[in-house]
Design a protein around this ligand. Structure first.
Ligand code: TUI
Length: 308
């Protein structure tokens, strides 16, 4: 399934596994890359030492290209940015900020740079700063989100830039993937569906919550300050109540601090923040990463050929 993305990243199938904090590590990333997509390790807020070990480990599991998602608000971001060059990471995806100052060094070390973002204005700025591609992430996504839906964002970014655009947010099967191509994207990034991959190391309770979710199972907290989409539970209910009562950004951040680890590692269904996209309701079965990728690819190809 050749597109501008498969050429750019040297992969077989234009599917990128989303960088999910506390979730996307070397076992999952290697399985996705082995299956022909781009597996991604999420640096998130982790110390650079952990990130380096995960990069080295993924290389023991696959010789295929992989990506590192660099979360630009991380306290370790300078060290992680440096490590990208030292370890010659094939692909970097950035999120939650503007990566312009790191781009020259990354390009110098031979890294392909994609930026995950949620507005056309930033896409234009980062194209000028030298990114090789854009991941246009709609607000159907899980975690930290922007304001615009995938359906509206992708074609507007496609029209605003010349570099290849990947669609993210609300995509978990071949129908979503085919739709993304119709909007002008050259590939997709999917996160939520990989939470239930057999190779995904997240706590079983997280997987069960995704599998049980329906179309209205997520909610966004911090709408006016720091919007984050999670599966609804006791934590998000208390968080939303605090917000309605006028809690400050600091109070909200304090309340949610550590809650993602609590979900992904401890599986605490009440105190954890189970970040998830709105598409969780479509995710009904555990599968090996290879089967997720192959079923997306075959379904998308059949639809694009005009079959049923
Ligand atoms: O980054 C994400 N999603 C994330 S990061 C994350 S880590 C976290 N952990 C605990 C609580 C909250 C977050 C969870 N989910 N998606 C990519 C993305 N980046 N979407 C939008 C943006 C973005 C936002 C602002 C990109 C650039 C940007 O720049 C502002 C500027 O102009 O500098």
């Amino acid at each position: 399934m050749k597109t501008r993305l498969t050429d750019l990243l040297n992969i077989r199938i234009p599917i990128i596994q989303g960088g999910m904090a506390w979730v996307s590590e070397s076992t999952l990333a290697a399985a996705v890359s082995e299956a022909g997509g781009l597996g991604v390790i999420a640096a998130a807020n982790a110390p650079a030492g952990w990130v380096r070990e995960e990069i080295r480990r993924v290389r023991t599991l696959t010789d295929k290209p992989f990506g590192l998602n660099v979360m630009l608000m991380s306290p370790s971001v300078e060290d992680v940015a440096q490590l990208v060059c030292e370890e010659r990471v094939p692909v970097v995806l950035t999120g939650a900020g503007n990566p312009a100052k790191y781009i020259p060094a990354w390009k110098e070390s031979g890294t392909t740079v994609l930026s995950v973002l949620s507005s056309a204005a930033l896409a234009v700025r980062l194209e000028r700063a030298g990114v090789d591609g854009i991941v246009a992430e709609g607000c159907e996504s899980g975690g930290h989100i922007g304001e615009v839906t995938t359906m509206c964002l992708v074609p507007q970014i496609v029209d605003a830039v010349k570099v290849p655009v990947v669609a993210a947010g609300g995509i978990a099967d071949g129908r979503g993937m085919a739709a993304a191509f119709m909007l002008g994207a050259v590939g997709v990034q999917a996160g939520t569906v990989f939470l239930v991959a057999e190779e995904c190391q997240v706590h079983e309770n997280y997987k069960t919550m995704i599998l049980k979710a329906g179309d209205r199972s997520t909610e966004v907290t911090g709408r006016s300050t720091h919007p984050v989409r999670c599966l609804k539970n006791k934590l998000t209910k208390i968080g939303s109540d605090m917000e309605r009562q006028g809690a400050s950004l600091e109070e909200m951040e304090q309340f949610f601090a550590g809650s993602l680890r609590c979900a992904a590692v401890e599986g605490d269904t009440e105190k954890g923040s189970f970040m998830s996209g709105q598409i969780a309701g479509l995710v009904k079965r555990r599968m090996p990463a290879r089967e997720i990728i192959e079923s997306m690819r075959t379904q998308a190809q059949e639809l694009l050929r005009g079959g049923d």
